[in-house]
Design a protein around this ligand. Structure first.
Ligand code: M6R
Length: 605
């Protein structure tokens, strides 16, 4: 949902900001813009289209702010692209979030004579600051006072021509400041924007402002009371945020999964047991919990659905996966004895963050499973389990999903063991299964050529069905989501047995049906569902365990995957789904890493 970058102290600040925005393009990509300070004026370059295609030669400057947009208020036009300015052109603003009371603010500013140029909510911030400055206060004071009038969410960077200052601030949208120790300061929505310059970062909390300049960021609240903050060292490398020879980030990230799942487990497995130091206090009181809720959106929600099966099976407690976006609008039966598990790659998804707050307000203990270190959800949870998947740049989540599933399995096994629901032998068996995952995923990736061939035969279809049962039903959901979000083919998923209650009417010779038909407790039933599709002329693409010759004869297409422990099999089965969606989208010429209308991190509710 929009990316913002600022740089102060580099003689090529516009170039630094441009490069940073290219790395943040996954956050929004309909238009972009950069404002730079040149003597006593601000110059602005804006364009509709992707910043990755920008070859802008921007005049040198040492102070710049920039933005890559995912439109909310106002269409995709050059005029609506950020930065936005006040009437004088002396204040420039970039913004990520939504100003909910912008209409009322705009009306009152117009009555005071302000002339608006765009249809955005953002522009009110520039005019508000201009109005405050008329009182003769400093730029920082004018920004702080203006921000207190705003309702909604924002991360901003504001540039003042008169003082040359750049100020950042956040409320419910991500923002991180950084400095290199040699006079350069940065501000961005995400650390990947400045990793090639520095790894010393300071995450802002809600209600905080930062002033860039003098080589080190200075933090205050909106009333300018100074706040001491400790920098963190980011362990990600800038190379990790590159494609490394792959055609797309998504493909690179799919192929990274064996290594990343190993990273999720690293230092957490010893012999036949699991040690989760970061959540040890939760595990110690495992017996006290009487309910588990899993919260997430999109792919992270499907990870939660898998977690629901795994926790239920191992812990014997009432467990429920919930859409984080719905959670706070219900009256969930959540209290002091509830363990809430929030799942989020970015750690910034607004709905998941709101669900975390709701669960905490109801007295639950919140553990989050997060990829981005220092993100808002990580900071607001009681305990964090970092999945260590490295930067995920492709808008379609892949490696984060399988790492989330791995983390959930480890958490469920530890929880079940601590609460006395499973014994040493079961733990050992599951740990053995976990250890085999990287190698088994390598085997699935070796099937990529075959999956590409299948993709060629089905890339022209307009619809697809994905069916699975039990713990693999969420994987069918995830397979359908992957296909629709990157290839724009309409896809639906359901538990296989539900097909005959209605959706079977859709089956004809044009309909590919992807079945997850591995040898688990539902296998025989799934075979029956496959027959039902075949009898109506549908095309069956089966994900089956290696060596299943019976299914090979029945299915039109078969993708073999190694057999894993039943509760870990979804981790393996997710990968052919990702590859199938990827190759179909690529064959159709879709922009795989930046699908239309989407943004990687949904920081508005
Ligand atoms: O960063 P999060 O994991 O919280 O993001 C949640 C969803 O927005 C995300 O998984 C989305 O569904 C992806 N585009 C799916 O590929």
């Amino acid at each position: 949902m929009c990316g913002i970058v600022a740089c102060v102290g580099d003689s090529n600040a516009p170039g630094v900001v441009l490069e940073g925005l290219k790395r943040l393009e996954y956050r929004g990509y309909d238009s972009w813009g950069i404002a730079s300070l040149h003597g006593n004026s601000i110059s602005i370059s804006k364009k509709v289209g992707r910043i990755s295609e920008a070859a802008a030669a921007l005049p040198a400057a040492s102070v710049s702010i920039g933005h890559t947009r995912w439109a909310t208020h106002g269409g995709v036009t050059e005029c609506n692209a950020h930065p936005h300015t006040d009437c004088s052109g002396g204040i420039a603003i970039v913004h990520n979030g939504i100003i909910e009371n912008y209409s009322a603010l705009k009306k009152s500013l117009e009555l005071k004579g302000h002339i608006f140029k765009s249809e955005t909510d953002t522009e009110v911030i520039a005019h508000l600051i201009e109005e405050e400055k008329k009182k003769g206060v400093s730029f920082a004071r004018a920004v702080g006072d203006s921000l207190r009038c705003l309702e909604g969410s924002f991360a901003i960077a504001a540039l003042d021509c008169a003082s040359g200052a750049v100020i950042g601030a956040r409320k419910n949208s991500p923002l991180v400041a950084a400095f290199d120790g040699n006079g350069k300061c940065f501000l961005a929505s995400d650390v990947t924007a400045f990793l090639q310059h520095t790894k010393k970062a300071v995450f802002l909390d809600d209600g905080e402002m930062v002033s860039l300049g003098n080589g080190r960021p200075v933090f205050t609240d909106f009333s300018l009371r100074e706040i001491k903050k400790t920098p963190v060292e980011i362990s990600w490398s800038s190379e990790q945020a590159e494609k490394m020879g792959h055609k797309h980030f998504m493909l690179k990230e799919i192929f990274e999964q064996p290594e990343k799942i190993a990273a999720t487990m690293q230092n957490r497995l010893s012999g036949g047991s699991i040690t989760l130091k970061e959540i040890a206090p939760v595990l110690r009181k495992a017996k006290q919990f009487d309910r588990v809720v899993l919260l997430g959106c999109g792919t992270a929600y499907y990870a939660g659905m898998v977690g629901e099966y795994v926790f239920e099976e191992l812990c014997g407690l009432p467990v429920q996966a919930e859409y984080a976006s719905e959670f706070r609008y219900r009256k969930p039966a959540v209290g002091k004895k509830t363990l809430a598990i929030a799942i989020s790659q970015s750690g910034e998804t607004a709905d998941t963050l709101a669900a975390v707050r709701e669960a905490k307000a109801r007295g639950a203990t919140v553990v989050s499973i997060v990829n981005v270190v220092g993100s808002a959800i990580a900071r607001e949870s009681d305990f964090v389990f970092y999945i260590n998947a490295g930067p995920e740049i492709g808008v379609a989540s892949t490696k984060a999903f399988t790492c989330q599933l791995t983390a959930l399995a480890m958490l469920a096994v530890s929880f079940a063991a601590e609460s006395g629901k499973i014994g040493e032998a079961a733990v050992k068996e599951l740990v053995g299964g976990l250890r085999m995952l990287p190698q088994q995923l390598e085997a699935v990736l070796q099937e990529s050529g075959r999956i590409k061939e299948i993709a060629k035969r089905y890339s022209d279809r307009r619809n697809a069905l994905f069916l699975g049962r039990g713990v693999n039903y969420p994987i069918a959901m995830e397979g359908a989501l992957k296909l629709k979000e990157i290839s724009y083919i309409h896809a639906e998923a359901m538990p296989a047995a539900e097909m005959k209650h209605g959706p079977i009417a859709l089956i004809d010779k044009q309909m590919p049906v992807v079945f997850i038909a591995v040898k688990d407790r539902s296998y025989e039933k799934i075979l029956g569902n496959i027959e039902e599709v075949k009898a109506r002329g549908g095309k069956v693409i089966a994900i089956a365990n290696s060596g299943d010759s019976h299914l090979q004869q029945k299915a039109d297409e078969i993708i073999f995957v190694p057999k894993a422990h039943e509760l870990l099999q979804p981790i393996i089965n997710a990968v052919p789904m990702q590859l199938l969606a990827y190759y179909i989208a690529d064959i159709r010429g879709c922009d795989v890493d930046k699908p239309r209308n989407l943004a990687k991190s949904v920081t508005v509710e």
